[in-house]
Design a protein around this ligand. Structure first.
Ligand SMILES: CC(=O)SCCNC(=O)CCNC(=O)[C@H](O)C(C)(C)COP(=O)(O)OP(=O)(O)OC[C@H]1O[C@@H](n2cnc3c(N)ncnc32)[C@H](O)[C@@H]1OP(=O)(O)O
Ligand SMILES: CC(C)C(=O)C(=O)O
Length: 514
């Protein structure tokens, strides 16, 4: 059994999903969970792309110890220098530099000749090598590139110091057979290829990202790149949980294994879904809600007689449990702390106190508080950003009746500490609530997307809402949970506005420092 390394790019390519915008604390929580999952490498971001991403990559690089942390950079000196500042404290600093090699990208996007692309790649890999011991070089849009040209440039970047060569299917264009052949060709035509590891990176535009990644593995690739839940640019990336479970379940065929702790898959998937607002479809392979459910009589009969008749993966393998352990109204701090620790999380004394208070408030309203509820409370606390003054919902009331016009009344405290009250009507309860909040907030707000979901099961499950809100000229994602759908909706709306407030605050601080 040979080892396949898992390179997770949920925090970089995954965050490139339209509408996804993670703050530093959210990225850190995902990074810690990826460490528990056992990924070999995590790409924490693109440090040169923004101050926020730089800080997040640095924080993750300084915190994570059991996985290698990397960051993306263009073949540009300043990108490499900024990446170094973010990553220099890791045990073995690793950078990921890329440049496109396909005719369409070179001609129209880069406006460079193939010779210039070779020269710039070689020069920048050499430059990065002065600082980084580990350098991954990617030929962006490799699958639409000329294979002879690829072989030529790869040989040169290896001589310049690259240690990993990644050949991405950037636009999800290739097929399993073709992608496998491409890796075979490169292995046969690049004389120094044995000095590096080969990596694949697939997108899902034609729904073949996982199949293409597995074909690459069959053809000599030793690193697979992808994201949790397959999130990412456009149709997303290869879903890492699918790749890892396929290698595990079909180890008779593939003869490869990963270092992933498969039991952490469900928890990781839930966390990524919760913090990004990208919900997992019910029939999604490996972690969808229906992946272990059996509906029809013949299937149920078979499963009762022997589960393997219709189940090739056991739910326990990926950490899906029946979740029967409840904490309730009469539970104390010790049991609560034990539960939080069982999630692999640590809270400060103050955070634990706050989480316990919110848990107790919930037990007053909800009969059974499940692991999912507690996880949501803890995660809300751990990812609440900074001590900057924000908008705070003091109270609200919504009147709704089939024969009435829905009316919302809201009391809100502004970042300046002023308490305001307003009432508005709307065509539905949420619209009335959002119109009232809109009136109270002194910014140009446009709601772009609104979602409401339940956390866990049961009629008294927690509600979780995600919104996308345009605040002046920028789009922010907001998340809120509560037992009531309207309160969760109001929290999500204010969470998005508060992300804007925090961004404005850090902008002002930066300008003052200058
Ligand atoms: C396939 C992928 O996923 S690649 C990663 C994509 N991710 C992102 O782009 C997210 C982060 N990006 C950003 O924040 C911004 O695009 C930045 C900060 C990197 C650059 O912003 P800007 O300087 O305003 O440039 P802009 O994004 O408009 O254009 C990209 C420039 O980089 C050039 N470029 C693109 N790829 C590369 C590369 N690998 N190496 C060097 N230059 C590159 C383009 O040709 C263009 O150059 P030009 O300005 O001379 O025409
Ligand atoms: C930067 C590279 C690896 C990439 O994300 C892609 O080509 O899809």
């Amino acid at each position: 059994m040979s080892e396949i390394k898992i390179f997770d790019t949920t925090l970089r390519d995954g965050e490139q999903s339209p509408g996804v915008n993670l703050n530093k604390m959210e990225k850190l929580e995902i990074a810690k969970q990826l460490e528990r999952l056992g990924v070999d490498v995590m790409e924490a971001g693109f440090p040169a792309s923004s101050q926020g991403d730089f800080e997040a990559v640095k924080l993750i690089a300084d915190t994570i110890k059991d996985a290698s942390v990397t960051g993306l950079a263009r073949t540009v000196k300043s990108d490499i220098d900024i990446a170094w500042e973010a990553l220099k404290n890791t045990a073995e600093p690793r950078i990921h530099v890329f440049l496109a090699t396909s005719p369409i990208h070179m001609t129209y996007k880069l406006r460079m000749t193939p010779e210039q692309v070779i020269e710039q790649s070689v020069e920048m890999v050499k430059y990065a090598k002065k600082k980084f011991p580990q350098i991954e070089w990617s030929a962006e849009d490799a699958t639409r590139s000329d294979w002879k040209f690829l072989a030529q440039i790869i040989e040169k970047v290896i001589d310049a110091g690259a240690t990993v060569i990644n050949l991405p299917d950037t636009v999800g264009y290739t097929t399993p057979e073709e992608y496998g052949k491409m890796f075979r060709y490169i292995r046969e035509h690049v004389p120094n290829i044995d000095k590096v590891s080969l990596s694949c990176h697939c997108h899902d535009d034609l729904g073949m990202a996982v199949a293409n990644s597995l074909a690459a593995v069959e053809n000599g690739v030793t690193q697979v790149e992808g994201t949790i839940n397959g999130i990412g640019e456009r149709a997303g990336n290869a879903a890492l949980e699918e790749v890892a479970v396929a290698l595990h379940i079909r180890s008779d065929f593939y003869l490869h294994r990963t270092n992933l702790n498969l039991r952490e898959i469900k928890r990781t998937s839930d966390l990524v879904s919760k913090l990004t607002g990208m919900y997992v479809q019910a029939n999604k392979a490996v972690i969808g809600r229906n992946a272990y459910a059996h509906e029809s009589g013949i299937h149920q009969d078979g499963v009762l007689k022997n589960a393997q008749t219709y189940e090739i993966i056991t739910p326990e393998l990926v950490g899906v449990s029946s979740n029967t352990l409840f904490l309730g109204k009469h539970s104390g701090r010790h049991a609560f702390r034990d539960k939080v620790e069982s999630f692999g999380m640590e809270l400060t004394k103050e955070q634990l106190q706050e989480a316990f208070t919110r848990f107790k408030q919930l037990t007053d309203r909800k009969k059974e508080v499940t692991d999912d509820d507690i996880y949501t409370i803890v995660m809300d606390i751990k990812t609440e950003a900074s001590a900057v003054s924000k908008y705070q919902l003091e109270s609200f009331q919504v009147q709704y009746g089939t024969n009435n016009i829905p009316t919302a009344t809201v009391v809100l405290t502004t970042p300046d500490g002023e308490t305001l009250q307003q009432a508005c009507t709307g065509s539905g309860s949420v619209e009335a609530l959002y119109k009232t909040l809109n009136e109270l907030i002194d910014e140009e707000l446009t709601l772009l997307d609104y979602q409401i979901n339940s956390v866990g099961g049961g009629k008294d499950a927690l509600a979780e809402s995600h919104v996308q809100l345009q605040v002046n000229d920028k789009v922010f994602h907001g998340r809120g949970s509560a037992q009531d759908v309207l309160e969760a909706s109001a929290n999500a709306f204010l969470n998005a506005v508060n992300r804007y407030v925090i961004q404005q605050h850090s902008q002002l601080v930066k300008e003052a420092v200058k």
